[in-house]
Design a protein around this ligand. Sequence first.
Ligand SMILES: Cc1cc2nc3c(=O)[nH]c(=O)nc-3n(C[C@H](O)[C@H](O)[C@H](O)COP(=O)(O)OP(=O)(O)OC[C@H]3O[C@@H](n4cnc5c(N)ncnc54)[C@H](O)[C@@H]3O)c2cc1C
Length: 296
Amino acid sequence: MSLFNKSVSMFIDKVPPSTVAVFAKRYIAGPNLEDAVRVTKQLNAQGAMTTIDVLGEFVSNKEETEHFRDLAIKVLEAIDSHQLDANLSLKLTQMGLKLSKALCLDNIEKIFKRAKELGIFVRIDMEDSTCTDDTLEIYRNYRDEFNIGTVLQAYMRRTINDIEKLSDGRLNFRLCKGIYIEPRKIAYQEKDIVRDNYTYCLETLFKKKAYVGIATHDEYLVFHAERLIREYGLKRNEYEYQMLLGVDEELREIILSRGHRLRVYVPFGRDWLPYSIRRLKENPNLIKSALEGYLR
Ligand SMILES: Cc1cc2nc3c(=O)[nH]c(=O)nc-3n(C[C@H](O)[C@H](O)[C@H](O)COP(=O)(O)OP(=O)(O)OC[C@H]3O[C@@H](n4cnc5c(N)ncnc54)[C@H](O)[C@@H]3O)c2cc1C
């Protein structure tokens, strides 16, 4: 990592929100549900599907979790009424996982039930390693009754074992590298090992006939995924690629033009700051090119 990138990663938390907003705009549909609907319609018209995410990770009481639960239900209803090619992504901490597991379960059951009535799929995002056990357990407990999936992170040493443990039922996973900072004891730190583990986990999932959302902007992994899709003779509707809104639109077009299905992660909401900081830490070059343009 260059000195510039290191500095951005270290100091971005201290930058005023109004400045972060300038760089973060591209990653977020906007503050309101209507923004997510508008962006989804545009992406659908370009041949991409979406998954809509309500931003907001830090809840401190029951009422806040219920506010986000109701908003998630409104997303489902908007997907239905606007006939969008979209589904819902959901964070368990937003539903109260860290406040009370019973509260979290109560909230997600209401969302899962409404999603089932409307025939819409729900994906449970994976958060940091303090949430992994609960997330996988909840997925296991609800996967037979509802049309849901969750996420596996290739940087986690445990992921290959988790695939084995969950193999006694329906498997529907988004596979990503993982975004949270985790200690070496539980997560691979070397980029090449994370990549190797990604393809190892993806091939293991294909062998087990899992439905996988191949979530990456790393063209090396996009290539190996395509190789595996061919080797395993998968049909177009047996997997999908996934990318984040605002990231490498050229690669998005390339994947679509090769005949694959692709879903874009579309976050919206007023609590955009933590999500944006994660994205900018991941790609400080974005700030660099904006500054270069400004100084030119
Ligand atoms: C649809 C989707 C859902 C996700 N859900 C989760 C989740 O539930 N839990 C979780 O831990 N992580 C999640 N992630 C994030 C993921 O774990 C990675 O942190 C992220 O995708 C970057 O890894 P990469 O595979 O794209 O490879 P990288 O090597 O990080 O990126 C490859 C290239 O993509 C471009 N790029 C990557 N990130 C950015 C960016 N922010 N801005 C601009 N360009 C960028 C750069 O050109 C970079 O060189 C998700 C990612 C996607 C695509």
